[in-house]
Ligand binder design. Structure first.
Ligand SMILES: [Zn+2]
Length: 295
């Protein structure tokens, strides 16, 4: 089995400098530890036609290489089905008929953290489920046996976060992110997950799920995001933030890469040059404030 790191974009539009910088970090973490680097397109939801092609082009343009064919989540339904079936056969799932509003308005369980599923459908009788199935398709939730779960993160240390009865399959039939990620990482031999630190709070759910499925828990590193001048996570509306936008104002991909590497305290040349200097313990701990450079 390979030992690999990965970058896993959603093909919902163009990558911006925040996404590209995280891709560079994931590549550096993988290569500096002798791992392969893999790309996975997370296209279960919000996929936009043509976006994948543009994203792969932009990754190549900043020097990212990958060591196997790109994997797409829409081609992997059988793997997700098998995982859900396994959990179901072990009594670890149940059907949930709640609407988003019902969950928001339900009184939360005592000591339950905000946003955690209140467990409304956990103990429905067979007859109650029959009735509710007639009016609304069910989502599938994990019957969690814990309230929280610790993970080890290379940049954040021990992080313990909420594990509620989270959704494994949405009621429109789409496999939920938390399940797909866990199944895919294990199936692809990915044992190092480097991604934006906005995903740290959902990581305990994934590590717990991997454990239930008998899968190895990867090494995690959640890296600081890129933010705009208001300190808000960078988005398309923040001006020239994609390689296309920046090229249009006279800033080529190589210069954008240089700026991203320098923001990490690394030499702004090639990724290979940066790799020679890469030391995770010296990475900045704060978000990088993106200011569109002058030509
Ligand atoms: Zn429910």
């Amino acid at each position: 089995m390979t030992s690999a790191g990965r970058f896993a974009p959603s093909p919902s539009g163009e990558l911006h400098v925040g996404n590209l910088r995280t891709a560079i970090l994931a590549w550096l973490f993988a290569k500096s530890t002798g791992r392969d680097f893999l790309l996975r397109v997370e296209d279960l939801d919000r996929a936009r036609s043509g976006a994948e092609t543009g994203q792969l082009r932009d990754l190549r343009a900043i020097g990212i290489t990958w060591d196997a064919d790109v994997v797409r989540q829409t081609e992997r339904a059988a793997l997700y089905d098998a995982a859900i079936q396994r959990l179901t056969s072990e009594g670890r799932t149940y059907e949930c008929f709640c609407t988003r509003r019902e969950i928001q308005e339900a009184p939360s369980a005592p000591h339950a953290p905000q946003g955690a599923y209140p467990g409304t459908c956990r103990r429905l009788s067979h007859a109650e489920r029959e009735i509710r199935r007639a009016s609304r398709p069910a989502s599938i939730r994990l019957r969690s046996g814990v309230g929280g779960w610790p993970v080890e993160d290379q940049l954040h240390g021990t992080f313990e976060g909420v594990v509620d009865d989270f959704v494994l399959r949405r009621n429109d039939g789409v496999t939920a992110y938390n399940l797909a990620v866990v199944v895919d990482d294990a199936a692809q031999g990915i044992d190092q997950v480097v991604r934006g630190d906005d995903l740290l709070p959902s990581t305990p759910r994934q590590a717990y799920l991997a454990t239930l499925l008998g899968l190895p828990v990867p090494v995690y590193a959640h890296v600081p995001l890129v933010v705009n001048h208001d300190g808000v996570r960078l988005a398309k509306r923040d001006g020239a933030v994609t390689l296309d936008d920046l090229a249009a104002v006279g800033i080529p991909a190589a210069r954008v890469r240089g700026l991203m590497l320098e923001s990490l305290g690394l030499p702004g040349g090639s990724l290979q040059d940066a790799l020679a200097e890469f030391d995770p313990s010296r990475l900045p701990k704060e978000p990088w404030v993106w200011i569109t450079p002058q030509v």
